[in-house]
Design a protein around this ligand. Sequence first.
Ligand code: PRP
Length: 182
Amino acid sequence: MFDDIERVLITEDQLQARIVEVAGEMNAVYSDDEPPILVCILKGAFMFLADLSRNLTFRHEVDFMEISSYGSGTTSSGAVRILLDLATDIEGRHVVIVEDIVDTGHTLTYILRNFSSRNPASVRVATLLNKPSRREVDVPVNYVGFEIPNEFVLGYGLDYAQQYRNVPYIGVLKPEIYEQKL
Ligand code: PRP
C-alpha cells in the first residue's frame, strides 16, 4: 500500500495540531446551551470527525450522511444523490457539516440546499481540506484545516477506488496508480 504513495503532503502530527486549532475555533463559538449536531459526510470524513469531536469541549451530537456523486475516476460531476440520510430531525438545531475535502463545491452546495429546506437554526461547514483552485460553485466554508494544491490526495479517510482510507497521513498517490485505471 505505502509503495503506491509518492509523498506525504500532511503528516500525522500536522493533522493533529491543526485539528486542535480548528476545534479551538469551534469551542469559541458553540456551547452547552445549544448543543449542535455534527454531520459527518461519509465516507471520507470519518477520521476527521473522530479527531475533531474529541477536541470539542461543548456537548454535541453526531449524525451521518452519505452522498454519491455520479461520474467516475478522480473528478466529480455536478449531479449528486443521497445514499444515507440523517437519522436526526435538524429543524431548529445548530448544524456543523463535517467534510474531508471541498473540491468543485457541488456536493456541499447540494447538502446546504437540502438542509436549508429542513429549517435548521444555523448551518456551518468544517472541512479538513480545501482545494480552492478546483472550485466550480462558490460555497461558504467556515472552518478549514488545510488549503491544498490540485493533487490527488488520499489517506486519513480519503480514498482512491475505496482503498487507502487507513493511511494515517495525507499523501499524494503516484500518478501511475490512477493513470493505469483511466
Ligand atoms: C468527496 C468528498 C466530498 C466531495 C467533494 O466525496 O468527501 O463529499 O467528494 O467533492 P466536490 O466538492 O467536487 O463535490 P466522495 O464522492 O469521494 O465520497 P467518499 O467521501 O465516500 O470517498
